[in-house]
Design a protein. Structure first.
Length: 133
């Protein structure tokens, strides 16, 4: 990648738990992270995150709010990403692992008992949520 990529991520919270997916691909293989992905050309960040969330988890985001931005530098992989981070205020649907080639698992985790390895956008999103709480 010769130029930064632009992605998006969304936080789904339910009863003090956050929805996370385990990555199967580089960067951050094995880490747990919020749903998200790349923003396609001529797609808004909101359109992209709604699409990505539904494709990855089966959940349809209702009202969403902007949390902030995340920047990730992966020197070994020679990747540079900017991510637009959202939080779902409401959502519907059944949680499912819909992309098993990309994700090794999906689950709700208590905010006070998170996996050891979290993706950088997830760490940034959690920090933004804590700052606004």
């Amino acid at each position: 990648m010769n130029a930064p990529g632009v992605g998006c991520g969304i936080v789904f919270l339910k009863d003090g738990h956050i929805l996370l997916l385990q990555r199967r691909k580089s960067p951050e293989i094995g880490a747990w992270g919020i749903p998200g992905g790349k923003i396609d050309f001529l797609e808004t960040a909101e359109q992209a995150i709604r699409r990505e969330a539904l494709e990855e988890t089966g959940l349809e985001a209702g009202d969403i709010k902007l949390l902030g931005l995340s920047e990730q530098l992966f020197h070994d992989e020679k990747q540079h990403w900017f991510g637009v981070l959202f939080q779902a205020e409401s959502f519907s649907g059944e949680m499912q692992l819909l992309e098993p080639d990309k994700h090794g698992g999906i689950d709700w985790f208590a905010l006070d008992n998170l996996p050891d390895r979290l993706t950088l956008p997830t760490i940034h999103a959690l920090d933004l949520i804590r700052r606004t709480a």
